[in-house]
Write a protein that binds this ligand. Structure first.
Ligand code: KIV
Ligand code: ZN
Length: 517
């Protein structure tokens, strides 16, 4: 297979993925995920939208400073200030890229931008030229290309390539296209744009109709050589094309695709777990490749078949995507050095001694309750330890007592430390979790709305830690909170408190697809 057959994997978990309501990540979390993406060997990491806020700028910059083996990309609207900011944020990267975009569909140009097609074209050209002065790797996207007119797309793409764009990305922003139609669009654009051969063609598909992966693969047949995707398919609304599905489809059906990626597939599952742990977006059990049931054979006939000959019912090997590599690593007697070195191997790095101390203390507390500590436990406790130091900890859990018995109304008695002062409250509820949340609300008098509550187990077995995610909304802002513990009622209380602390601290940000500076 020749050089031209390499498919570039452009991961946008840290940018489009992070745009899912509640999935916002701290700087440390982004760096941790970026390191996992680097181990996975993604070619390009879109690390964020630096103009969104100071925090976003610093996160992209921190990723650019930490990653050596993947290109780091910053997103910018076609505004001078955005491009300036993106250029500054990616400057420390070993290899950087600026990705600038502007909408091209009639409905977006008229209703969102209030600009004529010629004005849009001028802005695109100016943006690409400015970006090229800051970085020699520039990507241009005509947003909502999937609903744009082909004639206008041809004009703006030709102009963008002439202005210096090195990658042309075709987004199906609202997930409206069907595979045959999307492939047809790529075919038409690549054959009609006169300078098409001077850029790499990329696609960015959303999953509103469940077709993001199918559309992306269809585009590969028409010459797309970069796919934009996210871990677990995270992203706006129904998400983006899932990286794990794209990569494994290409690898499993090499007979049918003329391309290959450099992805280290054994890193897929650990990366998926890390992303769901950090964002609180859990993976559905039947999700392809990374769902807990993806390689489980329930029916007797299937089990019998797989035991006799694996290929009767399996088209991929579970171990090739990281299943079965889950190791019992540490226990009660493990010391600080063993803890630190396993964290290093997992890419968990603590920037300060305070973070390491906090995480090690949590590890010791957990080891007192649970004999076997797995990699996933370490990821969860590192997330919590660092978040505990990064987020405002004006509220923390001191004690939780709950009484729940058959035929009686559950009662929870909660003590919180609020701005340095202990406060206690008891409340009844429909179940122990409900009672606990009501007791917390009784102390904090919160006016936030609970949007989501979910529990999953971090590893298997009845001594596994339960991991709870809650999503709360107040005044148009949505955040997720996570908590883990071997007691799921306590994990729930921790998650709720974590979300309420985040509501206080995580700053308001500009959404990239909103027009206006
Ligand atoms: O979906 C979209 O159009 C985007 C662009 C910014 C590429 O995310
Ligand atoms: Zn998108």
């Amino acid at each position: 297979m020749g050089e031209t057959d390499r498919l570039i994997i452009f991961d946008t978990t840290l940018r489009d993925g992070e745009q899912s309501p509640g999935a916002s990540m701290t700087r440390e979390e982004k760096v941790r995920i970026a390191r996992a993406l680097e181990r996975l060997k993604v070619d390009v990491i879109e690390a964020g939208f630096p103009a969104a806020s100071r925090g976003d700028f610093e996160s992209v910059q921190a990723v650019a400073q930490s990653i050596k083996d993947s290109r780091i990309c910053g997103l910018a609207r076609a505004f001078e200030a955005d491009i300036e900011r993106a250029g500054e944020a990616i400057a420390p990267a070993a290899a950087g890229r600026i990705h600038t975009f502007i909408a091209t569909s009639p409905v977006h140009m008229e209703k969102k931008l209030n600009l004529s097609p010629d004005e849009v074209l001028d802005r695109a050209v100016a943006a690409v030229k400015q970006a090229r002065n800051l970085c020699d790797d520039v990507e241009f996207s005509p947003e909502d290309a999937g609903r744009s007119e082909a004639d206008f797309l041809c004009r703006i793409i030709e102009a963008a390539i002439d202005a210096g764009a090195t990658t042309i990305n075709i987004p199906d922003t609202v997930g409206y296209n069907l595979p045959r139609q999307f492939a047809g669009l790529i075919h038409e654009l690549r054959s009609r744009v006169p300078n098409a051969d001077r850029a790499v063609w990329s696609v960015h598909c959303h999953n509103d109709l469940g077709l993001a992966v199918a559309n992306s693969l269809a585009a590969v047949r028409e010459g797309a050589r970069q796919i934009e995707c996210t871990i677990n398919g995270l992203g706006e609304r129904a998400g983006n094309a899932a990286l794990e599905e794209i990569v494994m489809a290409l690898r499993t059906r090499q007979d049918d695709f003329p391309v290959d990626t450099r992805i280290e597939t054994r890193e897929i599952l650990p990366t998926s777990r890390l992303v769901s742990n950090v964002t609180g977006f859990q993976v559905q059990p039947n999700k392809a490749i990374v769902g807990i049931n993806a390689f489980a054979h329930e029916s007797g006939i299937h089990q019998d078949g797989v035991l006799k000959h694996r290929e009767t019912y399996e088209i991929m090997r579970a171990e090739d995507v990281g299943w079965g590599t889950n190791r019992m690593v540490l226990g009660k007697h493990s010391g600080r050095n063993a803890f630190r070195s396993r964290c290093d191997e997992l890419g968990i790095q603590f920037d300060t001694a305070g973070q390491l101390n906090e995480a090690f203390q949590r590890f010791k507390d957990l080891a007192d309750k649970k004999h076997e500590i797995f990699d996933e436990d370490l990821q969860a406790l590192a997330t919590e330890a660092v978040a505990a130091l990064e987020d405002d900890q004006s509220v923390s859990l001191v004690a939780f007592r709950c009484c729940s018995e058959t035929g009686e109304t559950p009662v929870a008695d909660v003590t919180l430390l609020v701005d340095g002062e202990e406060q206690r409250h008891s409340a009844e509820g429909d179940g122990p979790v409900d009672a606990g949340f009501k007791a917390i609300e009784g102390i904090l008098q919160v006016d936030a709305q609970l949007l989501l509550y979910s529990v999953s187990n971090i590893t298997s077995g009845t001594d596994a830690q339960g991991e709870v995610t809650v999503r709360v909304e107040r005044g148009g802002r949505t955040v997720n909170g996570q908590g883990s513990d071997t007691d799921i009622v306590i994990a729930s209380a921790k998650a709720y408190i974590n979300a309420l602390n985040r509501l206080r601290t995580r700053a308001q940000r500009t959404h990239p697809q909103n027009e206006g500076v």
